[in-house]
Design a protein around this ligand. Sequence first.
Ligand code: GCO
Length: 451
Amino acid sequence: MKFPENFMWGAASASYQVEGAYLEDGKGINIWDAYSQEGCKIAHGENGNIACDHYHRFREDVKIMREMGIKNYRFSISWTRILPDGTGRVNERGLKFYSDLVDELLANGIEPLVTLFHWDYPYALHKKGGWLNDDSSDWFAEYTKIVVDALSDRVKYWMTINEPQVFIGCGYDIGRFAPFEHHQAKDLAQMTHNVLLSHGKAVKIIRERAKKEPVIGFAFSTPCVTPKDDSAEAIEEAKRKSFAFDKDDFIFGLSWWADPIFTGNYPKDAYEQLGSNMPEIKSGDMEIISQPVDFYGVNIYESKAKYNQYGYSENAYAGCPRTQMGWPVTPEALYWSPKFLYERYGKPILLSENGMAGHDWVHLDGRVHDPYRIDFLKRYLRELCRAGEDGVEIMGYMYWSEMDNFEWADGLDKRFGLVYVDYRTQKRTIKDSGYWYKTVIESNGEAIFSD
Ligand code: GCO
């Protein structure tokens, strides 16, 4: 089995999770800055005020990426570093940081992939109603224009929105993430609509204004269901479950978010099940939302499953292999999700995130030995390669994450990185998996097949 010749191997991060410098050089407050200062919301009362101090150490980090042979680096822009109040006044020092980062990446032979929004929503806009405000998509369009005008002479790959299922679902439904709110279906549906409008307006702006021919997508979460066996019936059932609309947890769904982009309509069942809770759809909205995109970016860690009260599911059984996040190890997710998504939406699949958190530490020999992460990656990447062999157009793989970082409500304990970060000293140590990943990239994936 082989990966495509032009397959994009890389690693990913996100602004709030790695940058720190939360009040530096004119940056405005975002909702994670605002709500993480309130102690107990985040594990150990931690926050991203410093995180990996990437804002000051990005040149060192890019050098480490080059040492690992990373060819593509997916990172996100902090909206309030560009527009401290979310709209209006532009912070030139914030733009300069990202311009310098892009230049450093390109000077080291690394392609930048920019995510415009990865959850760090401007607090000033949150106070104006945030995603519920009818102007929210225009705010996002204004922000997009400034970033595209500043970076699109060098940046080719764009992702508009990262995991709306999670930042709306966890931030405004179950209240586990900032701003830790609980809204009813009507609000959640309207927020969805405004997020999708933001995505569509951003796509239009990138298409119209990018100085380099852009390649545009997004980075959604919500994997597909793995069939219980290889029978045609089981595969059909898994596909049906993967795209079904369920009013009880629609915000975390797949078709609810993706169908409008690719079909110009919300799923039929949504209209039937949500009824008057459906968003207000103005004339022209669905045309904006369904602007053509070039790829389907998806973040996959495990197969979709319904968990019972004991934390078990069709994938999770007593003593099953789990990562430090408690997520079961389900490599087949990287076969079935790309396959089902490609069959339904017909766009190349970018694995915009996949990886595992592990109980990593610096060993007595000064190295970080993480054989479990290498085994995890061999298993998952073999499944992704199999999907490609079976006709799925697989575009690339961005390991989450380039370095250990602030894992949202879990704080700094959870270590996903290929690079270990000692948060007391900010010392970076490339883990064994980071050196191994270099051989994967150099061999265009062949190294995953050696035992
Ligand atoms: C996500 C986010 C990342 C997370 C990573 C591990 O997918 O939830 O994009 O910011 O840190 O996925 O949970």
